[in-house]
Design a protein around this ligand. Structure first.
Ligand SMILES: C[S@@+](CC[C@H](N)C(=O)[O-])C[C@H]1O[C@@H](n2cnc3c(N)ncnc32)[C@H](O)[C@@H]1O
Length: 288
């Protein structure tokens, strides 16, 4: 890195300080990012559209927990990559996706990218930008970088935000995906729950909003899959019960991992469960 000094008018300096404080980035990082974006966009205007740049980013879904559910294609992509990176809450915390890869492919070395789980949106966005900067630097040297995620990389996954931020930094970056088995598919298989027949639909949502969850429970011809409801499992179960749909509802916690529990939702919901909990409320056969 080389140092450059610039004079900024007072107003710009104040705005810079505000953006830096909100995002958790240093002022220098914000300035660097803004310059990179500006140069990338003028570069994009000059370049023929879609001209690829060096390096390749691959989002790899490693399934919900059981190493046996990592696909053969995902294993091949992990071994082909020059670098495998994984989200983690700190440098010394082995994340869930890394744990799965350790079991499925012990020969693969995983680098951790630290993501703050802060409630503050700006701090979380800052963590995504920092991760994207690291990935972009590796891509710039021509590497193929594999980013591993639980389940599928295109469903409620950090990968979507990271790949967007990488493409902001490096328009033209080639991004590929390796699909992963999702938690609700594993739960359906383990409990023998039919997800849908030809007359029914499947709705995957989070349980973060009780009102939205309750509204969707009225749709009796729809199988409702609720993610991210572990902390509120008793409330989720109570809503399912009130809707008269608890008979066939199931829940699974830490599927394929140590401490796994699964079974009828009514029996699983005496108290809060882990963040890694999934609920399925099957559609009713004669549902209207
Ligand atoms: C950030 S989302 C990741 C979803 C993932 N990309 C997928 O395709 O399944 C996390 C949510 O996925 C569900 N989940 C993921 N792994 C799970 C597991 N092993 N057991 C139960 N639920 C799981 C939980 O609902 C959890 O709150």
């Amino acid at each position: 890195m080389r140092k450059t000094s610039v004079y900024l008018p007072e107003g710009l300096k104040r705005s810079l300080a505000e953006v830096a404080a909100r995002s958790g980035l240093s002022e220098a990082q914000v300035v660097r990012l803004a310059i990179e974006r500006e140069l990338a966009s003028s570069d994009r205007d000059r370049r023929p559209p879609d001209r690829p740049v060096p390096g390749r980013l691959v989002g790899i879904g490693v399934g919900p927990g059981d190493p046996g559910l990592v696909t053969i294609s995902a294993l091949a992509a992990l071994r082909r990559a020059d670098r495998v990176v994984a989200p983690s809450t700190s440098v010394d915390a082995v994340g869930r996706a890394e744990m799965i890869v350790r079991q499925a492919a012990p020969d693969v070395v995983v680098e951790r990218l630290v993501f703050e789980m802060a409630p503050d949106r700006a701090a979380r966005d800052g963590a995504v930008v920092r991760a994207a900067e690291r990935v972009a630097a590796c891509l710039q040297s021509g590497e193929e970088v594999a980013f591993i995620t639980l389940g599928d990389p295109l469903v409620y996954s950090t990968f979507a935000g990271v790949s967007r931020a990488v493409r902001d930094l490096r328009p033209g970056t080639v991004v590929e995906h390796q699909p992963g088995i999702m938690a609700f598919q594993a739960l359906a298989a383990r409990t023998g729950t039919v997800l849908a027949d030809e007359r029914q639909a499947i709705l995957v949502r989070t349980a973060l909003s009780q009102d939205d969850l309750e509204a969707d429970l009225h749709r009796r011809d729809v199988t409702l899959v609720a993610y991210k409801g572990g902390k509120r499992l008793p409330e989720v179960a109570a809503a399912v019960e009130r809707a008269g749909r608890s008979r066939a509802a199931v829940a699974g916690e830490l599927l394929g991992m140590g401490g796994e529990r699964l079974g009828a939702l009514a029996e699983m919901s005496a108290g809060p469960a882990s963040y890694l909990a999934t609920v399925i409320v099957p559609a009713e056969e004669d549902g209207q």
